[in-house]
Design a protein around this ligand. Structure first.
Ligand code: TMP
Ligand code: ASP
Length: 236
């Protein structure tokens, strides 16, 4: 499958057309941003690591019945995916208070939540992705009630699958962000699942093994991403 014209360039990925109008190629970059693009940098080899980590998660979810845009990994940095019409909503699931939730509710980072929290954010860079609720989605025509029911159920199911599988690798899934899109009318999981979009902590030491190392200048960023891939696949 050959790359054709560049369709879209985001902060961490480029998307290319292919000869098949239903399929696009995602090319994972090393560029990293935080705080809505205010902080910019590069994480050496991130594109390669995230492509492998996201492929691993999409394959794991597929085996458990969660359909995504993922078709197959093509190369070190490239993934073949179905072309979705992405819904303008980011779906965040949280198991442990961290980041913006800890700040907003005055919780100490690391506080366990009694049950998972699902949050919705309006995907709009200029507005810095404000938090919204399902009624905003209906009012703005971003999603229907049925789609919101479907994506919320999928997000919570994905949380159960990933939490259980990461627990075996001595990792805590603190929180993560998902995006969904439409493919010929059906709702599919899109985007990526990687240390850019999840918080992973070592279960014993609670060491951060994700993009918070970049956001908070903790050092050892590339090593953290490598550690995640190593635990998931044994280094392959
Ligand atoms: P937050 O605590 O900053 O709201 O982040 C919650 C989760 O969502 C965390 O795992 C990081 C992820 N995330 C993204 O993938 N993209 C974003 O733009 C933001 C703000 C968070
Ligand atoms: N990805 C977002 C940005 O580029 C935020 C983040 O991941 O912290 O700013």
């Amino acid at each position: 499958m050959e790359k054709q014209q560049l369709l879209y360039e985001g902060k961490a990925k480029r998307v290319y057309a292919t000869a098949d109008p239903d399929l696009v190629i995602v090319d994972y970059k090393d560029d990293a941003t935080a705080f809505n693009g205010l902080k910019k940098g590069q994480i050496q080899n991130k594109g390669v690591l995230n492509n492998k980590i996201a492929s691993y998660f999409f394959e794991l979810l597929a085996a458990k019945g969660i359909v995504s845009h993922y078709v197959r990994r093509l190369s070190e940095r490239e993934m073949l995916v179905k072309k979705l019409e992405i819904l303008k909503v980011e779906v965040v699931v949280r198991n442990i208070a961290a980041g913006s939730l800890a700040k907003r509710l005055g919780l100490e980072e690391g506080t366990s939540l009694r049950r998972p929290v699902l949050e919705l954010y309006y995907k709009d860079d200029e507005l810095q992705d404000p938090m919204i609720n399902e009624y905003h989605l209906y009012a703005l025509g971003i999603a229907t009630e049925e789609q919101v029911r479907e994506l919320a159920a999928a997000a919570l199911k994905i949380n159960e699958i990933l939490t259980a599988s990461l627990q075996e690798l001595r990792l805590l899934l603190v929180d993560f962000k998902l995006e969904f899109g439409l493919f010929h009318g059906s709702l599919l999981l899109g985007d990526e699942i990687s240390p850019d979009t999840c918080r992973f902590w070592d279960a014993e030491t609670r060491e951060k093994l994700d993009k918070d190392r970049f956001r908070r200048d903790l050092g050892g960023v590339e090593e953290a991403y490598e550690e995640i891939l190593r635990r998931l696949t044994g280094g392959n």
